[in-house]
Design a protein around this ligand. Structure first.
Ligand code: PLP
Length: 398
């Protein structure tokens, strides 16, 4: 008997054939610079837990205490029964970190982008989006019904040309960009983006998912690093990377936040953040303020690896390049998907987990290394040596 679900098997077969099949790996125990992955103890170079806070005892304690006080679930939409004092404290802490009038927390960074973009623009409006933007920004733009134009990655001339020729045909215009590009590690040209937004009467949304807690003197992100604090723009981010918890946020003017509370469907029609996640994120922000040495250590580790890799990889063919990066994300671009997989596998056998990122997630295959504040120099040196050896042993280079 044929079934209406038969096509799913065919679709999976096609995914397998393209080499695009994905599956999960089990991590046992607590997160950290060393984890137990599929039963093997490995140095972890694939995590977004930049400051090592997801396994920090203070975050865990805060989550436990909040659960004991408020229970496990927030039981409803923030607008009905899901709002707690803790949410307000967290929103104030985010606004303080970002030096904005207000902030609002969502249940994830994905939902923050989806809800914010689709609330801010509609059919009569224009979205201009960097081609390397995170999927959540792209999905938000599609959901909004606005006209979407992509510009080449960080190409400000193309953005300006598109604005000059198109802007006047639309009511509102929203420019979307990651601050740190998650699969490359480079930064958006924020001052130029702000100038263009002002010049062409556009809103600008910057996704600080990989910037918050990592960039800037106080860890406020790329906006702080570029000296753009206090300028009117929309800052989105996540509580799930350097802040070690779960959830997303938007920071900006009091009017913007009030508007989102009334119009963002992914905030209105979903359950409020759990007390445990809220309290853990709040504890993380306090640590971001109190322990700048974590950020220093992270940047030290990142410089150490870059120096070591640059020396090791100097004599490689041009298809192997370290992509430009100004963040703790370092990517080694390789010639093809199978090379990325083979290198990742060899590194794993030698005790380092480094994910291979391939099309369709990115245009070119690469190893994507993320550093943490809690990596030791020995762990980083070992990764660099093993990677050097693994590349030298690739058959195609003989
Ligand atoms: C991870 C990420 C998100 C999504 O955040 P979650 O809290 O994991 O949903 C959004 N934007 C960017 C750039 C990201 O890297």
């Amino acid at each position: 008997m044929p079934s209406p679900y038969d096509w799913l098997d065919d679709a999976l077969t096609t995914i397998h054939r393209a080499g695009w099949y994905r599956s999960v790996k089990t991590i046992a125990g607590q997160p950290g610079a060393v984890v137990c992955l599929n039963g093997q103890t490995v140095n972890n170079f694939g995590s977004n837990d930049y400051l090592g806070l997801a396994g920090d005892a203070r975050l865990m304690q805060a989550a436990i205490a909040a659960t004991q006080t408020y229970g496990t679930g927030s039981t409803g939409s923030r607008l009905i029964t899901g709002h707690r004092e803790l949410h307000q404290e967290l929103e104030q802490a985010i606004a303080q970190l970002k030096q904005t009038e207000a902030a609002i927390v969502f249940s994830s960074g994905y939902l923050a982008n989806l809800g914010t973009v689709s609330a801010l623009v509609g059919k009569r409006d224009l979205v201009l989006s960097d081609q390397y933007n995170h999927a959540s920004l792209k999905h938000g733009a599609s959901l909004s019904g606005a006209t979407i134009l992509e510009y080449r990655h960080c190409d400000m001339q193309e953005l300006e040309q598109k604005l000059a020729s198109q802007r006047s045909q639309f009511r509102h215009c929203l420019i979307l960009t990651d601050s740190v590009f998650s699969m490359d590690g480079d930064l958006c040209p924020l001052p130029t983006l702000l100038n263009l937004a002002n010049q062409f009467d556009c809103m600008l949304l910057v996704d600080e998912a990989h910037g918050t807690g990592v960039l800037g003197k106080t860890g406020a992100g790329c906006v702080e690093q570029f000296g753009c604090t206090g300028q009117e723009l929309i800052q989105v981010g996540t509580l799930s990377k350097a802040l070690g918890s779960l959830g997303g946020y938007v920071a900006g003017s009091a009017t913007l936040i009030d508007f989102l509370r009334n119009r963002a469907p992914t905030w209105i029609y979903t359950t409020g953040l759990s007390p445990a996640d809220t309290a853990a994120a709040l504890a993380a922000i306090q640590i971001v303020h109190a322990e700048p040495e974590r950020r220093d250590r992270l940047w030290h580790n990142r410089r150490y690896l870059e120096t070591s890799l640059t020396q090791h990889l100097a004599d490689l063919p041009p298809s192997f390049t370290l992509l430009p990066s100004e963040s703790p994300i370092l990517c080694l671009q390789v010639d093809r998907p199978t090379t990325a997989l083979a290198l990742s596998q060899t590194l794993l056998e030698r005790g380092s987990f480094v994910p291979a990122v391939r099309p369709p997630t990115v245009p070119t295959s690469r190893l994507r290394i993320t550093l943490m504040a809690t990596h030791t120099t020995e762990q980083i040196q070992q990764l660099s040596d093993d990677l050097h050896q693994a590349v030298k042993n690739l058959p195609l280079l003989d």
